[in-house]
Every structure is written in structure tokens, then in C-alpha cells.
Design a protein around this ligand. Structure first.
Ligand SMILES: Cc1cc2nc3c(=O)[nH]c(=O)nc-3n(C[C@H](O)[C@H](O)[C@H](O)COP(=O)(O)OP(=O)(O)OC[C@H]3O[C@@H](n4cnc5c(N)ncnc54)[C@H](O)[C@@H]3O)c2cc1C
Length: 251
């Protein structure tokens, strides 16, 4: 049974693009229908494979942005202008197109309500995507796990799902808080953070180590390593700090 499940996850499938959505000038979400999709946990990712006419193939990983919902999954792709795969996914795909993918992948960087909390979610750029899946699943299941999201973007226009996150924080009533830091450009009248995530910010926004939060940190490699190191230096249990690195360069 377990063997069959692993095989299912490694099998390439043809997904159909149901809809595309421009989230910000650089981020596009793709809603996908995946026949035979075995289901996923928030935090997991999938692999996408593109094949050129001459047979050349390129493969990239994308976190699943949506809460578990049958054979539907959404991914959110940041268009990197000099990138090989992301400009195609975020620019050329249209509803009705087919896309080869496999998954879900990953069993460590996942959260479900039974794991409890409190939760500290720390994101840089597109690293917010798997954390969005966790926040969406938390809301969909009515979980009361106290959750704080610290999200670093270049500007307000670059922040994914800003309205949705603010709404969750306003109406949830069950302890969801979001804090933004805009590192390059701030909206008029902005009084919040305007610098990269640092130890003081993590202390101010995060939970005290005595609360034993479960931390999920995702984003460019250098940011993830700096945040995880800081959390441990602040006294958090390394076992409760989970990380996912998106990019080789540090973004
Ligand atoms: C587990 C996992 C989950 C991921 N989830 C997502 C996701 O949800 N959304 C998303 O947009 N991306 C995600 N990524 C990153 C994604 O896999 C690709 O690396 C990214 O889309 C760039 O691919 P590309 O072919 O366009 O660029 P490439 O041709 O691979 O690279 C082009 C240039 O961009 C730089 N670069 C590569 N990756 C990044 C990056 N992540 N950030 C900044 N610069 C980079 C390279 O150094 C190079 O200079 C994830 C990566 C991993 C490992």
C-alpha cells in the first residue's frame, strides 16, 4: 500500500489548467485539475516538467498554494525574467492547456491542525506560497491554533494574497496575525517594518521560546538560513524549526 502511494507520487500526470490568475505584476496562480491526484498536505510541493519539441526537458518544483481539495490544486509562480521555466508558466499558459506534473512531494515541511502550535510562519517573497496553503487549510478546517505570519516582500504590490491575509487576521477571531515588512518600497503612510527580517523583528513578532512554537520558514536560501539560525540563537528548539529553501542564490 505504502509502495503504491510512493509510486503514485513519482508518476508524471497530465494536469489541465482550469484558470490562470494574475495575483500581482509578477505572481500568477494556476488552478489545475489533476486526474488521479492522491491528495496533499499543506506545505507539500509538486514537480512540473516542460518538454520542448526537440525533446529537451526542464523540471522545477512549485509549492502547492491551495488547501487540500480533491483533484484540484493551485500553484503560484513568480515570473523571473531571466528564468527558463517560470516565464512560460506565469506568462504563456492558458485555461485548457495541459501541464505535466508529479507529486505531492515532501513530508517534513507540512502542517495540519493535529500538529498543533502555536505557529510561527516566516516567509520571504514566493516562500509565502506553502505558508498560504497552511493558513488556508487552518481557516477551512476552523482550526483555532494561534498563528503569526511574518512576511517579507519588496513592496506592498509584491505581497501575495495581502487582502486575503488581512481579512483572515481581521475576521478570523481565532488568533491569526499577519505582519508585513516591505524592504524596498513602502506605501504612503506606512508605519510598519521596512527592513529585512532580523533578530529584533523575530523577537517582536514571533512567540517567546517558552511558548514552544512550531516554526515554518520558507523563501530564498540565504534568508531561510539566517532566520532559522536566529530562531535557534533566540532559544527556540531546533527540532521545532522547519525550513524550505526555494532558490540557490538567495533571491
Ligand atoms: C521545494 C520548492 C518549492 C518551490 N516553490 C515555488 C513556488 O511556489 N513559487 C515559485 O515561484 N517558485 C518556487 N520555487 C522555485 C522554482 O522551483 C524555480 O526555481 C523558479 O521558478 C525559477 O525557475 P526558472 O526556470 O524560471 O529560473 P532558472 O532558469 O532556474 O533561474 C534563472 C535565474 O533566477 C535565479 N533563481 C532561481 N530560482 C530562484 C528563486 N527561487 N528566487 C530568486 N531567484 C532564483 C537563478 O539563480 C538564475 O539567475 C520552489 C523551489 C523549491 C525547491
Amino acid at each position: 500500500m505504502a509502495g503504491r502511494t510512493v509510486l503514485e507520487r513519482l508518476t508524471w500526470r497530465l494536469a489541465r489548467v482550469v484558470a490562470t490568475r494574475a495575483e500581482t505584476p509578477r505572481f500568477v496562480s494556476l488552478d489545475l485539475e489533476v486526474p488521479g491526484w492522491p491528495g496533499h498536505l499543506p506545505g507539500q510541493h509538486l514537480d512540473v516538467r516542460l518538454t520542448a519539441e526537440d525533446g529537451y526537458q526542464a523540471q522545477r518544483s512549485y509549492s502547492i498554494a491551495s488547501a487540500p481539495a480533491g483533484e484540484r490544486v493551485a500553484i503560484t509562480v513568480e515570473r523571473l525574467d531571466d528564468g527558463e521555466v517560470s516565464p512560460y508558466l506565469a506568462g504563456d499558459l492558458r485555461a485548457g492547456d495541459l501541464l505535466e506534473l508529479r507529486g505531492p512531494i515532501g513530508g517534513y515541511f507540512v502542517w495540519e491542525p493535529s500538529l498543533g502550535g502555536p505557529l510561527l510562519l516566516v516567509a520571504g517573497g514566493s516562500g509565502v506560497v506553502p505558508l498560504l496553503a497552511m493558513a488556508r487549510h487552518r481557516a477551512a478546517t476552523g482550526s483555532q491554533v494561534p498563528t503569526r505570519l511574518l512576511y517579507s516582500s519588496r513592496s506592498a504590490a509584491d505581497a501575495l494574497a495581502r487582502d486575503e491575509l488581512d481579512r483572515l487576521a481581521r475576521t478570523d477571531g481565532s488568533g491569526f496575525a499577519v505582519t508585513h515588512t516591505f524592504t524596498r518600497e513602502q506605501p504612503p503612510g506606512w508605519t510598519g517594518y521596512r527592513r529585512r527580517i532580523d533578530p529584533a523583528m523575530l523577537e517582536e513578532v514571533g512567540w517567546p521560546p517558552a511558548a514552544r512554537p512550531l516554526a515554518y520558514v520558507c523563501g530564498p536560501t540565504r534568508m531561510v538560513e539566517a532566520v532559522a539560525t536566529t530562531l535557534v540563537e533566540l532559544g527556540h528548539d531546533p527540532v521545532r524549526v522547519r525550513t524550505e529553501r526555494f532558490g540557490p542564490t538567495g533571491g
